[in-house]
Design a protein around this ligand. Structure first.
Ligand code: FES
Length: 292
C-alpha cells in the first residue's frame, strides 16, 4: 500500500513538480547524510563544530538573538538540523507527509538565508534564497495538483491520526538513517598524524604547495623563515575550495569573494566568511615535513 502511494505520488504529479521534488528532496537527504558522516560536525574540539559555526553566524545575523541562545545547546541543535534534513529529504522523495515536509524545508531555507548567507552579495550568489523560492513554488504546485482548493489545509492536521503517524514514520526513518550513517562514520579511518607531506630538502624557505590533508580534504603548506604551517583549503563560509594567490599573498574563494590572510592565522580579509581558515598542525621531523 505504501509502495503504491509512493509510486502514485510521482506518477500523478507534473514534470515540474517531479523535478523540484527530486532536486530538493535529494539535496536535503544529501545534506543530512553529509553532516552525519562529517566527524567534525558534532565534535566540540573541531573548527567545523556546529557550535563554532553558530557562533560565527550569531555575530551579524538578524537572528543573532536566537542564535546566541542556541550556542550552549549547539550539539542538540546540530542533531536537530541533521535529523530534520534527513526527515525532510526522505519525506519529499517518498511523498509521505509531503506538504508538512515542504513547509519544514522552506523554514530551514529561510533560517539559513537569515543566518548563513545573509551577507552574500549580490544575493543571487547565495543558494538559500534560490532554495526558498523553489520550496514555495513546490508548495503551490503540490497544493494545486492535490486539489487543495477543495478546502484542505496546508498545515498538518494533528487530529488526523494517519497524518500524525506518517510524520512519526518519517521521523523514525530519519533517526534510523542517521544511526546507520553514524555506524558508517565509525568505519572511516581516523586521520593519522605523522603523515609525511614532502621532503624538507625539496621544499626550501619561501615555498608553498597544495597537498591533501589526512582527512582527504585539500590544504596548503607553507615554509617561511619562521618555520612551516598549513591551512585547510575549505572556505569557512560555504565550503568552497579556496586557492592561494601568490601575487597578493591571499587565499581567494571563487564562490562569493572571500579572502583570507595566510600570514595572519588564515584571518578573514574580505567577503562573507566570518571564521578564519582552519589551520593544520605540521612540523619538521628529520628530512620531512609531517602532519602532527
Ligand atoms: S564559500 Fe562563500 S566565500 Fe567561500
Amino acid at each position: 500500500m505504501a509502495r503504491i502511494s509512493f509510486l502514485n505520488s510521482w506518477r500523478t504529479q507534473s514534470t515540474g513538480t517531479r523535478v523540484l521534488r527530486l532536486m530538493l528532496g535529494g539535496t536535503w537527504l544529501y545534506g543530512g547524510l553529509q553532516k552525519a558522516l562529517d566527524a567534525k560536525f558534532l565534535d566540540k574540539a573541531s573548527t567545523g563544530y556546529i557550535g563554532a559555526q553558530i557562533t560565527g553566524f550569531a555575530k551579524s545575523s538578524p537572528l543573532s538573538f536566537i542564535l546566541r541562545r542556541m550556542i550552549e545547546h549547539a550539539t542538540l541543535a546540530g542533531w536537530m538540523i541533521l535529523l530534520g534534513e534527513l526527515a525532510i529529504g526522505i519525506a519529499v522523495l517518498t511523498g509521505v507527509a509531503l506538504q508538512a515536509a515542504i513547509i519544514g524545508g522552506a523554514s530551514v531555507s529561510l533560517i539559513l538565508w537569515l543566518s548563513v548567507t545573509w551577507h552574500v552579495y549580490p544575493y543571487f550568489l547565495g543558494s538559500d534564497t534560490a532554495y526558498l523560492v523553489m520550496w514555495v513554488a513546490l508548495f503551490f504546485l503540490v497544493r494545486k495538483e492535490a486539489g487543495a482548493r477543495a478546502g484542505k489545509s496546508p498545515i498538518p492536521n494533528l487530529s488526523d491520526r494517519r497524518e500524525v503517524l506518517q510524520m512519526v514514520g518519517v521521523g523514525v526513518t530519519a533517526v534510523i538513517a542517521a544511526l546507520a550513517a553514524g555506524g558508517l562514520k565509525k568505519s572511516i579511518p581516523v586521520p593519522k598524524t605523522g603523515v609525511k607531506i614532502v621532503d624538507l630538502s625539496a621544499f626550501p624557505v619561501g615555498s608553498y604547495a597544495q597537498f591533501t590533508a589526512p582527512d582527504g580534504s585539500p590544504a596548503y603548506l607553507f615554509r617561511t623563515k619562521a618555520g612551516v604551517f598549513a591551512y585547510s583549503a575549505i572556505c569557512t563560509h560555504q565550503g568552497c575550495t579556496v586557492g592561494y594567490n601568490p601575487s597578493s599573498n591571499t587565499f581567494d574563494c571563487p564562490c562569493h569573494g572571500g579572502k583570507f590572510n595566510p600570514a595572519n592565522g588564515g584571518a578573514v580579509l574580505a567577503g562573507p566568511p566570518l571564521a578564519p581558515l582552519a589551520s593544520i598542525k605540521v612540523a619538521i621531523q628529520g628530512n620531512s615535513i609531517v602532519t602532527v
